[in-house]
Write a protein that binds this ligand. Structure first.
Ligand code: PXG
Length: 454
């Protein structure tokens, strides 16, 4: 049924409880009703066209309006809309996608466990890690070390692995045996250290924590190659090699959460490849299907599969829709599009470097303390004082204003406190990136004028 925008908004505020939202505040401010999307553009119910600098929520890698993905889902839904993969059953869409994922992922990965979201992937990771050590006769190895300001989802284990205080506060997470160390956020925490010195120091927090807890208790370390929801925190280049060294030295499992970094965002299939690390497990979701249907998974390395599968015990875990046929078909076709259109190469050699050139111009802007960029993943750190790296007193207010101005100017950029985030669809052309840059630039100038910082 067609409604006017105000009718949609009124129905929305009466019945729809939104995720990560202050519902009362939302009802007062009103929602933007998105009704269509094509390529890299969104259309709202008022007919405004907005360029999507966030690929939905970091997921629509191949862009909107792909008829071939819609058709693939339609055909699969007619042929076999659903069947489970429990109890000695399987189906071709899940088998084909498993094979493809084994082919494109680093060589240590030959198995995948399907789930429906990044959060379920991380709950699966937690159970798999503990099961692995238990099967090896070390059930006391249960602690997962994660990072402050990391994001790993909203289910109980996912939110516990995440390191955001405001998320933990609502119901007193984390659950036991999950501990957090400092994040590699040089701009905020690096003080007088150079980024590369700080990268080592931040990584060595892991070694300190292992020693404090006792290696006999520590099971794994988990981190996003680049923290997404935390503010596109690109670690100094020294960070991941040091983390890898420590994981290897102590024999603990390394988990790279690839939910945002996977499927081309950094110009590689996986962010771990960009940083040249060798994880034992990789949770995946988002770009796996470009968000056309919900699907996620855990890539399982031979080290883990040899134990969990090799010991011949049931892994008593799974979801009704693990490996849903239509979602698998859409994901397979989505990976085909990424390959056929050379999106990894395009991001690596063309649009990624081009966006870097554009984005680095913001370094000259009076409000910008730092620009971070890898592939098509970028951040602009808005600060009160550039020379002393001082943030605004009330963190988040300027970012929120910047986000609202962006939307008025026809661009979606997300604000994480006062960090403006960019993660456009991987199909964005140089022309689209110019448009994003011009709109962002106009917005920053308006903001500087409002704050008297021109
Ligand atoms: N891991 C990472 C690294 C993520 O970014 C999840 C796990 C959880 O995935 P699901 O599919 O359960 O949402 C995510 C999700 C934001 C935002 O505001 C980011 C996410 C989800 C919702 C909002 O940046 N990332």
């Amino acid at each position: 049924m067609l409604h006017s925008t105000t009718e949609w908004q009124s129905l929305d505020s009466r019945h729809f409880m939104h995720p990560f939202t202050n519902t009362k505040d939302l009802a007062r401010r009103g929602t933007r009703v998105i009704t269509r999307a094509e390529g890299v553009y969104l259309l709202d119910s008022e007919g405004n066209q907005i360029i999507d600098g966030m690929a939905g929520l970091w997921c629509v890698n191949v862009g909107y309006g792909r008829e071939e993905l819609a058709k693939a889902a339609y055909e699969q839904l007619q042929q076999l809309p659903y069947y489970n993969s429990f109890f000695q059953c399987t189906h071709p869409p899940a088998i084909e996608l498993s094979e493809k994922l084994a082919e494109i992922s680093p060589p240590q990965f030959n198995h995948v466990f399907f789930v429906n979201s990044g959060s379920e992937a991380n709950d699966t990771v937690l159970r798999m890690v503990r099961n692995y050590w238990k099967l090896l006769g070390q059930p006391q190895k249960r602690v997962l070390i994660s990072r402050i300001n990391g994001y790993h989802g909203s289910t109980v284990a996912g939110a516990s692995l995440g390191g955001q205080k405001f998320i933990h506060e609502i119901d007193d997470l984390p659950i036991p045996d999950i501990v957090h160390i400092e994040q590699p956020y040089w701009y905020q925490n690096g003080g007088e250290h150079s980024p590369s010195q700080y990268g080592i120091l931040a990584a060595q927090e892991l070694e300190k924590k292992i020693n404090e807890l006792g290696i006999e208790r520590v099971a794994a370390f988990i981190g996003e190659p680049i923290q997404g929801a935390g503010g596109v925190i690109v670690p100094p280049e020294t960070y991941w090699p040091e983390i890898q060294r420590i994981c290897d030295k102590y024999g603990i499992l390394l988990i790279a959460d690839e939910v945002i970094c996977g499927f081309g965002r950094t110009g590689h299939w996986f962010g771990s490849e960009y940083f040249n690390i060798k994880p034992d497990l990789m949770p995946i979701a988002k770009g796996l299907s470009s968000g056309y249907l919900p699907i996620g998974g855990v890539m399982v390395s031979d080290r883990i599969a040899d134990v969990i599968i090799g010991k011949g015990k049931e892994f008593a875990h799974g979801f009704t829709y693990s490996g849903h046929p239509a979602a698998c078909v859409v994901a397979s076709r989505n990976l085909e599009i990424i390959e056929r259109e050379g999106l990894l190469e395009k991001v690596q050699n063309d649009t990624g470097p081009y966006l870097r050139q554009l984005w680095e111009r913001f370094n000259e802007h009076p409000l910008v303390g730092e620009v971070r960029i890898v592939g098509l993943l970028g951040a602009i750190e808005l600060v009160d004082d550039k020379s002393s790296r001082r943030f605004f007193k009330e963190r988040g207010k300027v970012g929120e204003r910047c986000r609202d101005l962006c939307i008025q100017n026809g661009l979606v950029m997300r604000a994480v406190q006062d960090t403006m985030i960019l993660s456009p669809p991987l199909v964005a052309t140089r022309g689209h990136l110019d448009e994003i840059y011009e709109k962002a630039s106009k917005t920053l100038n308006q903001l500087a004028e409002e704050l008297g910082r021109c």
